[in-house]
Design a protein around this ligand. Structure first.
Ligand code: C2E
Ligand code: MG
Ligand code: MG
Ligand code: MG
Length: 291
């Protein structure tokens, strides 16, 4: 804006701007330091299959344990993106997840692990080679991994993205479209990309039981996904009513507080070891229901 005001104008710099800029710089420095001193942790949120009621996947979610507080990614992901630290953060998480998978090999059978990547990380020229190196380092079966990305990724350079996705797909890695319904792309456009899963954004699920428009949207997202031959998972499922709706609508999987909170690694490991306890009650999944 200062530019448009011409060369001779003095840009008014308010003291509170100074404070905001300083706070951002401090936070950026703290993230950098936090990466170095391993203050970032990975939590895992279980996902349930709605045809069997069983635990079928985990989503890795980063947490920042800083100054004795657990900080949500909502508070730092966008700053990490703006400062260019996101790629280091995403790969720190990916590395942690692969190390965990190699330790949980026996317990993880039949369970996929999803990792979030920012569009910026994905666009990095070293993205594919870095993924390959880490997979080899930990001897992780790529078929167990799912990469979650939002639609925004495909807006930047669709051809380049497609090539990268195909390369990773050929290794065995799966892809999921995160926060589906909040972006701009049509499913017809997404069809070009090798996504195997569509994740309906929480905002549609939260009022699916009270708002007929959301209900109609969710039903059509599920059938569009199925028409494209991909599975559909609903995120942010908190109530039995929402679950009931999704079950009737033919949704494949659910994730949300109703089934499980995101868990620290040790608790997640315990869930994996006692999977029968993570089974949904029979009336809450298709095989147990008189649909
Ligand atoms: P997301 O990928 O859509 O992840 C789902 C978010 O919904 C998580 O928030 C999860 O804790 C929360 N959630 C799960 N079930 C429920 C529920 O029933 N009700 C409600 N109200 N919330 C639920 P979280 O962990 O705070 O993460 C927020 C976002 O931060 C994620 O949204 C993802 O976009 C981003 N994120 C998390 N970890 C990473 C990472 O390692 N790398 C990148 N680039 N982004 C990450
Ligand atoms: Mg996600
Ligand atoms: Mg999501
Ligand atoms: Mg979301």
């Amino acid at each position: 804006e200062a530019k448009h005001q011409g060369r001779n104008r003095i840009c008014m710099f308010k003291p509170e701007m100074n404070t905001i800029v300083q706070q951002r710089l401090q936070m950026e420095q703290a993230i950098r330091q936090g990466l170095f001193s391993k203050e970032f942790l990975v939590y895992y949120q279980p996902q349930a299959d709605l045809s069997t009621g069983r635990l079928c996947g985990l989503e890795a979610l980063v947490r920042w344990y800083h100054k004795e507080q657990m900080i949500s990614p909502l508070a730092f992901i966008s700053l990490a993106e703006q400062s260019g630290l996101i790629t280091e953060l995403d790969f720190y998480v990916f590395n942690t997840v692969c190390s965990q998978i190699s330790q949980w090999k026996n317990e993880l059978q039949g369970v996929s692990v999803a990792v979030n990547f920012s569009a910026l990380s994905f666009m990095d020229a070293q993205f594919v080679p870095r993924i390959r190196t880490i997979l080899e380092q930990y001897q992780v079966e790529p078929d167990w991994l799912k990469i979650e990305m939002t639609e925004s990724i495909l807006m930047h350079d669709a051809d380049e993205s497609l090539l990268k996705m195909q390369e990773l797909r050929s290794l065995g890695i799966h892809f999921s479209i995160d926060d589906f319904g909040t972006g701009y792309s049509s499913l017809a456009y997404l069809k070009r990309f090798p996504f195997g899963q569509l994740k309906i954004d929480r905002s549609f699920i939260s009022d699916v039981y009270t708002d007929p428009d959301s209900a109609a949207l969710v039903r059509s997202m599920i059938s569009m996904g199925h028409n494209l031959g991909i599975t559909v998972i609903a995120e942010g499922v908190e109530t039995i009513e929402q679950l009931g709706f999704l079950l009737k609508a033919g949704c494949d999987e659910i994730q949300g507080y109703f089934y499980s909170l995101p868990l620290p690694a040790e608790q997640c490991f315990h869930q994996l070891q006692h999977r029968e306890q993570a089974q949904l009650p029979p009336e809450l999944y298709a095989n147990g229901q008189r649909c």
